[in-house]
Design a protein around this ligand. Structure first.
Ligand code: ATP
Length: 245
């Protein structure tokens, strides 16, 4: 389980995450939504110990991620697909990750097959398209067969077959009782993939609710409409509040 408790992160005067609290339960896909700059990536970076909270806690199974001896076996994460050694072949990128986490080399071939990159595994990462890099990043996240997946906009750049494959994979993961947190701006895809949503705006929690209920509550006909309504209302409310102070 992922737990965020009263989490706050400021960068100078910018409050990227603002007293945010939510939990991500196992057994379902949780979509992490919010407009540009809402604080999704910062929250994920805090969960992975890549930033230190100004206040509050970001925990995975009750502990900070930094304390893991073999982190890839605990959490599979994809934050930025371009964050690879460009001169290294895809196979070696994964092999290096596997070796540092006590994962057998045979698993590298397995995940390359799972993400459909086996035929290009010996090519250097710099020759990869965005979609291929995303697949490589997902392969890295799957290496340790982790109980928790944390993916920041993994759908970007994937072709239609890749989008369907990822949707099936995430749902399958959740059905096995694992925990999945996935951010995306693609509302139609999130409507198909996510059972539950955590929606944030300007670092604050706007909704922590089932996907169907989120749409119903906003009296919208689609997730896109509900999302636009909820985030616009929050912006108006904040602007009003700030004007009154
Ligand atoms: N290292 C940093 N230094 C200064 N400001 C930062 C830093 N990282 C993030 N921010 C700011 O924090 C806020 C939240 O950014 P974040 O990237 O977490 O949002 P996001 O929801 O992931 O956005 P997007 O959907 O555009 O990816 C933004 O105002 C951003 O400019």
């Amino acid at each position: 389980m992922i737990e965020v408790r009263e989490l706050t992160k400021t960068f100078g005067k910018i409050r990227a995450v603002d007293r945010l609290s939510f939990t991500v339960e196992p057994g379902r896909v949780t979509g992490f939504l919010g407009p540009n700059g809402a604080g999704k990536s910062t929250t994920m970076r805090l969960l992975l110990g890549l930033e230190r909270p100004t206040h509050g806690q970001a925990l995975i199974d009750g502990r900070p991620y930094r304390e893991s001896a073999q982190p890839l076996r605990r959490v599979g994460a994809l934050l930025d697909a371009a964050y690879v050694h460009r001169g290294r072949p895809a196979y070696h990128h994964l092999l290096w990750l596997a070796r540092t986490n006590g994962i057998p080399a045979a698993r590298v071939k397995e995940v390359l097959g799972m993400v459909g990159l086996d035929e290009v595994a010996r090519r250097r990462c710099r020759t990869f398209s965005l979609g291929m890099l995303q697949r490589l990043g997902i392969a890295a996240a799957l290496l340790g067969d982790p109980p928790v997946l944390l993916l920041d906009e993994p759908v970007n750049g994937l072709d239609p077959e890749g989008v369907l494959w990822l949707r099936t994979l995430l749902k399958g993961f959740a059905a096995e009782g694992r925990t999945v947190l996935v951010s995306s701006h693609l509302m139609s895809e999130m409507a198909l993939t996510a059972d539950h949503l955590v929606v944030i705006g300007r670092g604050r929690l706007l909704a922590d609710v089932g996907t169907a209920e989120f749409v119903e509550r906003s009296q919208a006909t689609s997730l896109e409409e509900a999302f636009l309504r909820v985030t616009a209302e929050a912006t108006e409310y904040r602007a009003l509040g700030e004007g009154e102070r």
